[in-house]
Design a protein around this ligand. Structure first.
Ligand code: NAD
Ligand code: IPM
Ligand code: MN
Length: 329
């Protein structure tokens, strides 16, 4: 029986996670759910952004669903971002961010890409120093992590029958670090999926293509920060942040998470779109629980909800939740 650790977190996480859990339970009635705490609110209450019990519960369940975190952009002593802590502590080294065109909300009809973001290193190693005059951030790329993300990409390509992988990097300026990433990823994909077309792009050109010709991308694999930025840009084609889903994935452990943040501008109003969270649970179903049929049911329900004439009038989290439940019924 699948188990899920639900962690609403901050802001609209408190609204979209309960809605998506209700929907997931309708599609998967035997799901066992435990709830846990993490985020800025958790830090204010307990002095840590992720409780050790939360990590234990995610490990015990094998799967988590995290809402969002509000992080201050100034340094707060003792605070570390909850989501970054969970990624590091649980070794969730791949971040899978699919973007597809949906009816009504997508600006164009023909986008269908998956961004595979290296999720463990690069500029996210948290090694930053400043003496007030010079600030230095380390950007670490290892062969081991690059090979690992290449392998995960190859696994996805095979499972989903994808045709082309674009490796995005900046090896013209960073030949040692991004050159290492590019070569290690390419080698693994060539080894594991010899029939797959491999393409590469510098990240600036990739950004232009993301704007001008998003339909030309199939699978993108890239380093941590480039993946962060490109996936928000790509989310535009999928109907915006309210629809953008992701899966932080390691070995036998994963946390699904909408790409959006805590949205302090709308938090508490009951108007957050829960579909990104719903689509994130579909990623858990497909990739972690191997329940492709449940994932497809959830995605079809989202598709039908978006396609209805009345979708533009569904302006509350509750109304969207109900429409998805009606589609599932
Ligand atoms: P955000 O994603 O929270 O919001 C950006 C804009 O999109 C806002 O106008 C918001 O109202 C809108 N939006 C986002 N999700 C929506 C939804 N489901 N339905 C309707 N509208 C939605 O980004 P931000 O404002 O730059 O960041 C706010 C906080 O969230 C910051 O503290 C930031 O660090 C954090 N953040 C967390 C995550 C995460 O937990 N994964 C991701 C991004 C930002
Ligand atoms: C994301 C977010 C996080 C990131 C933040 C909240 C640390 O933007 O999941 O894309 O930068 O990875
Ligand atoms: Mn981001």
């Amino acid at each position: 029986m699948p188990k899920l650790c639900a962690i609403p977190g901050d802001g609209i996480g408190q609204e979209v996670i309960p809605a998506s859990v209700t929907i997931l339970q309708a599609a998967l009635p035997n799901l066992e759910i435990v709830e846990a705490e993490a985020g800025w609110g958790c830090f204010e209450k307990h002095g840590v952004s992720v409780l050790p019990e939360t990590l234990d519960q995610i490990r015990a369940c094998g799967a988590g669903l995290f809402g969002a975190v509000s992080s201050p952009s100034r340094k707060v002593t003792g605070y570390g971002s909850a989501i970054l802590t969970m990624r590091q502590e649980l070794n969730l080294y791949a971040n899978i961010r699919p973007v597809q065109s949906w009816p009504r909300v997508s600006p164009r009809p023909d986008v269908n890409m998956i961004i595979v973001r290296e999720n463990s290193e690069g500029l996210y190693v948290g090694k930053e120093q400043s003496d007030g005059e010079t600030a230095v951030a380390q950007r670490i790329i290892t062969k081991q992590a690059s090979k690992r993300i290449g392998q995960k990409t190859a696994e996805l390509v095979r499972q989903l029958g994808r045709q082309k992988v674009t490796i995005v990097h900046k090896a013209n300026v960073l030949p040692l670090s991004d050159g290492l990433f590019r070569d290690a990823v390419r080698q693994e994909i060539e080894r594991l999926c010899p029939e797959t077309e491999i393409d590469e792009l510098l990240v600036d050109v990739a950004a232009l293509k993301m704007v001008a010709a998003p339909e030309t991308f199939d699978v993108i694999v890239t380093t941590n920060l480039f993946g962060d930025i490109l996936s928000d840009a790509a989310a535009h084609w999928g109907g915006g942040l309210g629809l953008a889903a992701s899966l932080n994935w390691g070995n036998g452990l994963a946390i699904a998470e909408p790409v959006h943040g805590s949205a302090p501008d709308i938090a508490g109003q009951g108007i957050a779109n829960p579909l990104a969270a719903v689509l994130s649970t579909a990623l858990l179903a497909r990739f972690v629980w191997n329940l492709g049929d449940v994932a497809s049911r959830l995605e079809t329900a989202v598709q039908q909800t978006l396609a209805t004439e009345i979708y533009p009038q569904l302006t509350t989290t509750r109304a969207i939740q109900q429409a998805v439940l009606d589609s599932l019924a």
